[in-house]
Design a protein around this ligand. Sequence first.
Ligand SMILES: NC(=O)c1ccc[n+]([C@@H]2O[C@H](COP(=O)([O-])OP(=O)(O)OC[C@H]3O[C@@H](n4cnc5c(N)ncnc54)[C@H](OP(=O)(O)O)[C@@H]3O)[C@@H](O)[C@H]2O)c1
Length: 313
Amino acid sequence: MSTEHPHIFYASELDRSAAWRAALATEFDSFELSTADSLVDPQTVDVALLWRIPEEGLGRFTRLRAVLSLGAGVNQIGLERIPPHVPLAKLADVTLTAQMVEYAKATVYRYHRRLHIFERHSARAHWQFELPMSASKTRIAVLGLGSIGLAVAEALRDEGFTVGAWSRHERQLDGMRTHTHASGLETLLGESDIVINLLPLTAQTRRLFDRRLFGHFSAGSKLINMGRGAHIVEADLLEALAGGRLEAATLDVFDVEPLPPAHPFWNHPAILVTPHAAGVSSPMTAIAHVAENIRRALAGKPLLNQVDIQRGY
Ligand SMILES: NC(=O)c1ccc[n+]([C@@H]2O[C@H](COP(=O)([O-])OP(=O)(O)OC[C@H]3O[C@@H](n4cnc5c(N)ncnc54)[C@H](OP(=O)(O)O)[C@@H]3O)[C@@H](O)[C@H]2O)c1
């Protein structure tokens, strides 16, 4: 427990403030939590805890020392509306990361052990044996080595898969090949059986998965999109599946969520749709990170998981 008395402004369409109030109470003896309805004195707000910047903006919070995103991604928050002197941090939640790792393992094993084929055969009462392969024979590309991408890549490597990864800067990681730049991505895609997208959504990565990029996938690849729907050109994905460049796709995130009932991804024989369920953060599991960042903001220290606004992640 601490002696600070932070004033936190909370706004989210997704969660209710009561859960965050309860979580904050486990970390601070004394604090003020305001919402749009209860806010009396915006000049005393220290920290904004937000899913998205409210329409009125942040200008009235003249003492604001930090914006803390309620999402692990910040593409939704409205980066261009963050005052230039105010630092922004993404949410990090060990439970969410562990769930993302589980989802990656589950969906990778579904392909590796050919369960997606057996599901189709099972629906037709068709008995067809497929020989299991060793994990090292399945080559996996993990795109993005942020806190989630790195955890996923390392977990799959530890399962015995052959893992390659792609990031903006050079990285040296035990037991996996790493790549940078567009040429590195093309090489990696051409040598992979399963591609997992864990990039942040930025100006550079928006619609990265288009017809041109799918052309670099090795024939019969599988795509697992755990990042954001806007990483993909949906029509080009359908075309890559129809042409056999892709054998199958597992999609957790979409341009429009919930995915509209008439969308061609539903009932597609090669697509597994999951409802943005790969990983979820909750106030009680994320509070340690949020509280640390509130303390850092009050002390004028750099935040954990601080976002570079220019870079977009
Ligand atoms: N489906 C769900 O339930 C769910 C839940 C939580 C999060 N997510 C999504 O999961 C994704 C990963 O989250 P995260 O927190 O791990 O992301 P992050 O930390 O923002 O990812 C940064 C990584 O991506 C790399 N990168 C960024 N731009 C790049 C570019 N143009 N070219 C190559 N590499 C680039 C960075 O390279 P450097 O290392 O060189 O900087 C870094 O390795 C995000 O899209 C997030 O929105 C989904």
